[in-house]
Design a protein around this ligand. Structure first.
Ligand code: NAD
Length: 337
C-alpha cells in the first residue's frame, strides 16, 4: 500500500478524506497546524470512527517550517501527497492578501521542493470552482476559461498554484499531478463529529446557516444576498456536493495516480461537483424539512462579485476517475438533524 502525506488533514474535507484512506488501508501521514481546525479533537474522532489507536501526525506550518517538513520526508518514504492545507476565506483574503499568498503559495512551493528531493511520485491538489472566470456558459467544464477577472486573492492563490503545478509537471515528466476543482462541499459524516467547524467567523453557507438555526439568540438572522438573480426563485444557484463524495474522489484519484502512464498527461484537472444546481432558498427549505426547524432569514442586496448561477460538468471525473457522487442534497442536509 502506498504511503500518503495528507496536509490540512484535520480540516473539513481533509478529515473526511482520512476516513476514506483508512478504509482503503493506506498508510497515512498527517500534517496540520490547527490554524483553522481543532487538531486534537478531530484526530480523536477520526481514530474512534476508523478504529485506529494511533494516527501518525505532525503539527507544523507548511509555509514556514521547512526544516521540520524536510525531516518528515526524511523519516517516511512518502509516495503521494494530498495537499488540502490552505487558508480559504474569500473575505479575509481581500483584507489580508499577503497572508493568503504567503500561506497558500509558500506551503505548496515548500512541498514541491521536498517532492523533488525525496522522489515523491505525485500529488492531488485541492483547487476550487473559484478559479473559473466569471460570466461563462454553464455547466463549467475543465476547458472553461480560468484565471481572468477573479474577484479575490483566495481564488488567485488557487489559480497560481495550478499554474505552478503545471510548470513543475512539465519540468518533471515522471511526477504525476491531479488537480481537483471542488464546487460546494456540504454535509458531514453521520457521526456529526467532523462538521465544517472553522475558527473565527464562518464564510461558507452551511456553518453560517447552522449558527443561526441552532444558536441561542432568537434575534439572529441569516442573510441571503440577492433575490433578484435570473434564477427560478431569484437566489443564487450553486453545485452543492456531499463532503463524503468529495472525500471519495480523493481515494479514486490516488488510484488514478497509480494507473497513469506515459500516454496520459502528467497533470490532469477534474471538476468535483454533482453537475446540478441548487438555490440558496431550496437549501433552506430542504434543511427546514430535514431538521423540523425554522430558519430566521432575510434578503439583503447582492454582494459584489457573486455570480447568479455556478454548476459544473462532472463527466470527465466520472469517466476517468471511475467516481460517481452517491448522495443527494437531502442526504447531506439530513445529517444536520
Ligand atoms: P479547512 O480550513 O477546514 O481545512 C484546511 C486545513 O489546513 C485547516 O485544518 C488548517 O488548519 C490547515 N492549514 C492551513 N494552512 C496551513 C499551513 N500553512 N500549514 C499547515 N496546515 C495548514 O478547509 P477545507 O474546507 O477542508 O478545504 C480544504 C481545501 O479545499 C483547501 O485548500 C480549500 O481551499 C479547498 N476548497 C474548499 C472548499 C470548501 O467549500 N470547503 C471549496 C473549494 C476548495
Amino acid at each position: 500500500m502506498p504511503t500518503i502525506l495528507v496536509t490540512g488533514s484535520s480540516g473539513y474535507i481533509g478529515s473526511h478524506t482520512l476516513l476514506e484512506l483508512f478504509d482503503s488501508r493506506m498508510n497515512v501521514i498527517c500534517i496540520d497546524n490547527g490554524s483553522n481546525s481543532y487538531n486534537k479533537r478531530v484526530y480523536k474522532h477520526i481514530g474512534k470512527i476508523a478504529g485506529k489507536s494511533r494516527i501518525s501526525r505532525y503539527s507544523l506550518n507548511l509555509s514556514t517550517d521547512k526544516k521540520e517538513l524536510d525531516e518528515i520526508f526524511d523519516t517516511h518514504a512518502i509516495d503521494y501527497c494530498i495537499h488540502f492545507a490552505a487558508l480559504k476565506s474569500v473575505g479575509e483574503s481581500i483584507d489580508e492578501p499577503l497572508l493568503y499568498y504567503q500561506n497558500n503559495l509558500l506551503s505548496t512551493l515548500n512541498l514541491l521542493e521536498c517532492f523533488k528531493k525525496y522522489d515523491c511520485k505525485g500529488m492531488i491538489f485541492s483547487s476550487s470552482a473559484t478559479v473559473y472566470s466569471p460570466n461563462q456558459q454553464m455547466p463549467l467544464t475543465e476547458e472553461s476559461k480560468v484565471g481572468m477577472d477573479l474577484s479575490n486573492p483566495y481564488a488567485r492563490t488557487k489559480y497560481f498554484v495550478e499554474e505552478i503545478l503545471k510548470d513543475y509537471c512539465k519540468a518533471n515528466p515522471i511526477f504525476k499531478c491531479i488537480i481537483l476543482r471542488y464546487f460546494n462541499p456540504i454535509g458531514s459524516h453521520s457521526s456529526r463529529t467532523l462538521d465544517e467547524n472553522p475558527k473565527g467567523i464562518p464564510q461558507n453557507l452551511m456553518p453560517n446557516i447552522l449558527q443561526v438555526l441552532n444558536g441561542d439568540d432568537e434575534e439572529q438572522v441569516f442573510n441571503i444576498y440577492g433575490n433578484d438573480y435570473n434564477t427560478p426563485d431569484g437566489t443564487c444557484i450553486r453545485d452543492y456536493i456531499h463532503v463524503e463524495d468529495v472525500a471519495n474522489a480523493h481515494a479514486k484519484a490516488i488510484h488514478k495516480l497509480t494507473r497513469m502512464n506515459e500516454t496520459d498527461s502528467n497533470c490532469i484537472t477534474y471538476n468535483i461537483g454533482t453537475g446540478k444546481g441548487t438555490s440558496v432558498l431550496e437549501i433552506i427549505t430542504t434543511l427546514e424539512k430535514c431538521t423540523n426547524k425554522k430558519l430566521n432569514y432575510e434578503f439583503k442586496p447582492r454582494r459584489q462579485g457573486d455570480l447568479g448561477v455556478v454548476y459544473c460538468d462532472n463527466k470527465k471525473a466520472m469517466k476517468e476517475l471511475l467516481w460517481k457522487p452517491k448522495y443527494t442534497i437531502e442526504d447531506a442536509l439530513s445529517n444536520y438533524k
